[in-house]
Write a protein that binds this ligand. Sequence first.
Ligand code: ZN
Ligand code: ZN
Length: 350
Amino acid sequence: MATEARYEMLWDCPRCETPKLLGLTHRHCPNCGGAQDPTKRYFPKEEDKVAVGDHPYVGADKACPNCETPNAAAAEFCVNCGSPIDDAKAVALRSEQVAAGRQFTEDSARNAREDLEAQRRPPPPPPPKKGGGGKALIVGALVLAIGLIVCTGLGALLFWKRESGVTVAGHTWAREIAIERYQAVSDTAWKDQLPSGARGVSCTQAERSTQKVADGQDCAMVRVDKGDGSFSEQEKCTTKYREEPVYDDKCSYVSDRWKAARTERAGGAAMTDTPRWPAVALACTGTTLGCEREGSRKETYTVSFTADDGKALGCDVEQAKWSTLPVGSTWKAPIGVLSGAIDCGALSPI
Ligand SMILES: [Zn+2]
Ligand SMILES: [Zn+2]
């Protein structure tokens, strides 16, 4: 550890009011003999600073459990009353004093007392809001309750259904097959993610991510109470960081791959028009430019109904269900009051 500059803390004699006594040197008031009160040590002004010579630092003082007199950490018996102080508590330390700019603000025994009181005080509970927190709470609860009722009501309205008789009016079906073609496709990718076989590659720098970069230091002089009547002065620094973009090669390229090219469709408007897949004519087969293959398939079966009130309704169902609803058959079905949608999953015989 680097040797740090050490100076005497100051204290004012509470008995005869002699100010600026030295924390380390004057264990008792040289004027009246009164014992030093370690809780009243304060940092000196720049011009009152007294350097501690070779006095070795052995640790923060221990307060005598009997008479409160501060004793050196190495002491076994109180210099004032002779009580054993083996396991006595260390004296309270002043909070670090951080220089504002280049100067330390003026300190005093009074500051020391306030600092100590602040350290001992339990953290204050959050202050109640002005104008009666209780009232605000009740209003909040009320707003919440009303909100809940409105939401529930709206929700209920949304899902509110009425039973209606419906008659099957017709059927439609549609089947689709996506056709993919093996072709040259232009795309972009980071250089390390280019697909194999990429050609016509052309890259430019682009921001890919960011990283934290050290950007100098924030430094301040700090005074640290050593607890034995002295304090050290040291410069404390923390590293500052800034975000910096990380650039990488972003490349445009061309590669040969399968890509959706067209869709073959078949459809019918009656149950008697048996659903079938569209005929597919591929340009050629194999993984060669211009050749094609079948992609995903999709099928939709729609039943249309006429409700008792004459409204036309419809819904998509599984093919198995679709074929069990002949035209002219009648059913009971829940119908959304707001949406007007028929729930085909809940058809029941009349
Ligand atoms: Zn005195
Ligand atoms: Zn004592």
